[in-house]
Design a protein around this ligand. Sequence first.
Ligand code: PPY
Length: 350
Amino acid sequence: MESLIKAWEGETVIVQYDRPTGAWIFIAIYSTRLGPAAGGTRMKAYPEVRQALLDGMRLAKGMAYKYAVPDMPWGGGKAVIALPHDFAEHSRPGLLHRYGKLIHQLGGLFSTGPDVGTCSEDMDVIAETGAPHVFACTPDAGGSGSSGPYTALGVFTGIQAACEHLFGEDSLSGRKVLVQGTGGVGGPLIDRLLEAGAEVAFNEIDEAAILRCRDELGLRFIRSEDVFETPCDIFAPCALGGLFNETSIPRLKCRIVAGGANNQLAAPEDAERLRARGILYAPDYVINVGGAMAILGMETLAWGSDRAEREVVGSVRQALHQVFELAEREAFSTGLAAGRIAEERLTADR
Ligand code: PPY
């Protein structure tokens, strides 16, 4: 893990070994240049502990870029709790309380919210020891609840912006959209897409969620092995990241990639691979800012939900058009364009 930390351009990594459970807690802080760090807490088992650290470091950079593009006064950070493979669910509250205590001790250097493997109910438990540096608690606990619907609203807006750029009209009526992951973000995204008249297919690994989407919503199910080859207008990854690489990109049969998952590209060069295939890629951290933007606005700036929705729609639309236009003008990838915009903000004199 020494070499991983050494190679990372971020500021700080906080490490805590949770002896009672055997879990490893990593808090990666990429940059506090624009403000104190905030980012979700990812909690899952990894094949190896070092992969959890690497995940946290990559996600923290994504958060820094995510805040930088719409000029939010927050720094990039992410927490990863690597669970032991024999983790017992009854140990969860204790682990979350000890993690909350660490958050509290950091005194605002890092604030957190939900990510893959944690939900608003978990934030309530973390907040018992970690308040006030815990966002998106349940409404019962005085929080604003799940960020998923706001992320989904931003992704929906981003899909419209991509269609406008590529097809000259933002209407989704009759557009074929493949949504991967039907959980906190994919679920509400599907609802909006259907309402807009899109033809939605989905991929999912959870059996109950498959039944719900296929039998109750009547959507076409795409098996995991067929996801990349399925012809569609828009492919919207809303599950785990790292899916686009030199072997998956040549198989794609979509015109647009625009989804909510973090860290969709295995490597930065994959943005150029998508461009070379004529696929318009909406950079993940630009299109999925909605959750963080809405939650932070509602909980630190006293926005109401209407204001939060307006801010998300306006910011994602404007930022994506800026990214698409810069990429077109300079004839380079949208990933590079978004990176330029974010880095300019992160290095500007203040
Ligand atoms: C993300 O956008 O990936 C997050 O980590 C979401 C987030 C960030 C800060 C507060 C609440 C949710």
